[in-house]
Design a protein around this ligand. Structure first.
Ligand SMILES: [Zn+2]
Ligand SMILES: [Zn+2]
Ligand SMILES: [Zn+2]
Length: 339
């Protein structure tokens, strides 16, 4: 059984302990449990979205070997100077397409919109649990693989803690807002559009840019053009979901030209329904935080040089990366353009 332990030197929560094994009746062996026809190998779906012919297009269910479980009590306890609690929360899998071996960029617009709709709906639902302070949506896309690893899926983790990276973003967004009464990302978008050196793509709704201090080559940041702190409230209707699906696919095609193995993470506001440790903790989060999606291609599979210390060496500057990504033709089946 897993538990959460606090590293007091870094104020970072760690999930530790033995991960449960996949129950025998759900063990699909070499078969892909995420393929149509193999649904008996997954827990009962929490939600499914269907195409016109009635077959499922995307579905979400609890992980077969979850790191977090919703049934437990928090059980916060101290052990001398240390703190621990039970791994309360949810760990879910979103299967994004019935088709095996398709990357996110290769989804149809309907499939991509359906997957994004499921991300949104699960965040909204899980945030009703006041014990949970944050809901993470992420995707580790690998190169071609057999078994369920090769079937397009993303993961959802709802946790009683705020992940360290998010906490840093929340704190520095607040820091900037308290001084300038403006959103840091809104200012950044305005400046980057004016400079246009690091902008890869833009529409009236969204912008994709290589962050000024990219920690890895071809890192890409996708933000809504207009200020919004919560992904799950901002993509609230079909047209908006569709616009994000198309924009995301377009830019993932550029990244996949560099590497099909990549990581995608949605950063959204914390669960404002959860009790907060300090009075006024999230008082300006609607105004100071700007949701976004972070995409990082995995160029060689290994950790970034010097990354072990949380200090990065990136040999390709953001300006150089943006120039390369802009020149790639993101139309389906397109490669590098002549332009
Ligand atoms: Zn499959
Ligand atoms: Zn903003
Ligand atoms: Zn972020």
């Amino acid at each position: 059984m897993t538990e959460l332990r606090l590293d007091p030197l870094r104020r970072r929560w760690i999930v530790t302990g033995k991960r449960p094994s996949i129950p025998e009746d759900l063990d699909s062996g070499a078969l892909c449990a995420f393929c149509p026809g193999n649904e008996r190998f997954t827990p009962k779906a929490i939600c499914e979205r269907h195409s016109m012919d009635g077959a499922w297009m995307s579905r979400v269910f609890p992980d077969r070997a979850p790191l977090f479980r919703v049934e437990e009590d928090l059980g916060r306890t101290g052990e001398g100077l240390f703190d621990r609690m039970n791994a309360v929360g949810a760990h879910e899998i979103v299967v994004e397409t019935p088709r095996h071996g398709v990357t996110f960029a290769g989804l149809t617009d309907e499939e991509a919109a359906s997957a994004i709709g499921l991300w949104r709906d699960r965040i909204l639902d899980l945030k009703q649990d006041r014990r949970l302070r944050y809901v993470s949506v992420f995707k580790h896309q690998r190169g071609p693989q057999t078994g369920h690893e090769g079937h397009g899926h993303s993961q959802i983790l709802a946790t009683p803690i705020i992940p360290l990276l998010l906490e840093m973003e929340f704190r520095w967004s607040l820091f900037q807002f308290e001084r300038k009464e403006r959103c840091l990302c809104c200012d950044m978008i305005e400046q980057e559009v004016r400079a246009s050196k690091r902008v890869v793509d833009e529409t009236g709704d969204f912008i994709a840019l290589c962050p000024y201090a990219s920690r890895a080559p071809y890192e890409l940041l996708i933000l809504p053009r207009n200020h919004a702190s919560a992904f799950e409230r901002d993509v609230d209707e079909a047209g908006r979901v569709r616009a994000l699906a198309e924009f995301l696919k377009m830019n993932l095609r550029r990244i996949e030209d560099i590497s099909p193995a990549l990581q995608l993470i949605v950063h959204t506001e914390p669960n404002l329904a959860a009790p907060v440790p300090t009075q006024g903790w999230w008082k300006s989060v609607h105004e100071d935080f700007h949701w976004h999606i972070e995409i990082t291609p995995h160029l060689d599979g290994g950790p970034p040089p010097l990354g072990a210390e949380g200090f990065y060496f990136n040999p390709i500057s953001a300006e150089e990366a943006a120039t390369v990504l802009r020149a790639l033709n993101p139309s389906p089946g397109g490669g590098a353009s002549e332009a």
